[in-house]
Structure formats: C-alpha cells, structure tokens
Design a protein around this ligand. Structure first.
Ligand SMILES: Nc1ncnc2c1ncn2[C@@H]1O[C@H](COP(=O)(O)OP(=O)(O)OP(=O)(O)O)[C@@H](O)[C@H]1O
Length: 227
C-alpha cells in the first residue's frame, strides 16, 4: 500500500471567458505527496500555482483527473464531503497570517478546534503544545497586533496544525518577511513538520528555502516537472 497522503492524477483546469478565450492552466498535473514529506512547489507568476493549491486544498474542483486526500478520492463527491475532508486533513498557511485580530494567539489556535468539535480543555492543551514547539509560549496571551511579523506567522502555522491535519498547504509562507526572519520562521516550519509527521506542499520563490526541502517540483506549461 502506498503511503501517499495527497495524490493528484492527470488534473486539468481551464478558465473560459468565451469560447475564443480559453486558458488551459493545468494540463495534466500529477503529484504524489508521501507521509512526512516536504515538497517545494516552484511556479513562475501566472503559471497556475494558486489554481493548483486550490484544487489540492479541495477549495476548487478540477475539470478532469482525480484528487485523493488521505486515501479518499473526491471525484464526483459533493461540497459537504470536500469540506469535512478539508477541515480534518488539510491545514493552510498563506503569505499573510490571517489571524483574527480580536483574539489572542492562544485563542486563534483554539477556535478552529472548537469548530471541529474538540472540547475546550483539550483544544487549549493542544494550542499550548504547539506554541511551545515554535518557541512562543510566552506570547500566548498576545493579540496578533502585539506580535512581530515572524511571530504572527509562527502562530499561523500553529493554527494550521491545530486539528492535526495530514497535509499542510503553504503559499509563500515566508514571503512577507525579511530574509533573516524568513529563515527563522522557515526553520520553525521544518521543525513542526518533522515533529508532527506532517506532509507539506510549500509554494516558494525562494531557491534557498526550496533547496532545504525533501523534493522540488516546478509548474511548467500546465504540468509538474521534477527539479
Ligand atoms: N477565475 C478565473 N477566471 C479566468 N482566468 C483565471 C481565473 N483564475 C485564474 N485565471 C488565470 O489563470 C492563470 C493562472 O492563475 P493563478 O492565479 O493560478 O496563477 P498563479 O501562478 O497563482 O499566479 P501568481 O503567482 O501571480 O499569483 C492566469 O493566467 C490567470 O489570469
């Protein structure tokens, strides 16, 4: 049995703005992400990175091809199945932290767990454990505005992992940070991935960060090629 946690097979996606104006963004994307693996996704601007991450993240559906997450093929399945699979198995981080400004760091990590039916006390313990892993225990009661950019992003990683997803999808997670902070924050992400057995697909324009991951794939003319 394969230990793939995310599998895209022959995925295609086109955008149609009138029959004469079709853009074939994904033309047969194949991707296998194995348990515990961290893969860099390199894509020139406009190559279809967001389209690919949306499909892998079950936020959009392909025109053809299959998407399998944690052994479940979503082809032909409805919105509710995709949503529950997304909530249970996938975590997301973006270039901007998207933390809720009126809640503390700790609360930002607790809230998605409560939404998933986890009891308050267990959710709090999990949030504290994650903050400790990224060295932010002392910042638990701070609101996002009282945190540095790097700290905000580390809290965003904790929030993404709160519900113990199997796969993390990250879109330029250090793209907003200065190079020194970016290195530190990326190191925290690598520790989290290693410490939790998570798999991660990380879109980045930074060749040094890409070089530190297990594998690199590039989106080129609608397909993924190994780098
Ligand atoms: N909803 C849409 N309707 C029509 N065209 C779209 C739509 N979404 C994306 N596109 C087009 O598809 C192509 C790929 O878009 P996408 O956003 O996936 O690229 P990207 O690689 O994420 O770009 P960037 O890195 O610059 O954000 C672009 O040419 C874009 O204009």
């Amino acid at each position: 049995m394969s230990d793939a946690v995310l599998e895209l097979k022959a995925v295609t996606k086109s955008y149609n703005q009138g029959a004469a104006n079709q853009i074939d963004v994904l033309r047969g994307v194949d991707l296998t992400l194995n348990a515990g693996e961290m893969v860099a996704l390199v894509a020139p601007s406009g190559a279809g990175k967001s389209t690919l991450l949306h499909i892998a993240g079950l936020l959009d559906v392909p025109d053809s091809g299959s998407v399998t997450v944690a052994g479940q093929d979503i082809s032909g399945k409805g919105d509710s199945m995709r949503t529950s699979l997304r909530r249970q198995e996938l975590g997301f981080v973006y270039q901007f932290h998207h933390l809720l400004p009126e809640f503390t760091a700790l609360e930002n990590i607790i809230l998605p767990q409560l939404a998933n039916g986890i009891a308050q006390r267990a959710a709090e313990a999990r949030a504290e454990e994650l903050l400790a892993l990224v060295g932010l225990s002392a910042r638990a009661q701070h609101r996002p505005a009282a945190l540095s950019g790097g700290e905000q992003q580390r809290v965003a990683f904790c929030r993404a992992l709160a519900n113990r997803p199997r796969v993390l999808l990250a879109d330029e997670p250090t793209g907003n940070l200065d190079p020194g902070t970016s290195d530190q924050v990326f190191a925290a992400l690598m520790d989290l991935v290693a410490g939790t057995g998570l798999s991660a697909l990380v879109a980045t324009h930074n060749p040094e960060l890409a070089a530190r991951m297990d594998r690199r794939v590039k989106l080129e003319q609608g397909r993924l090629v190994d780098l």
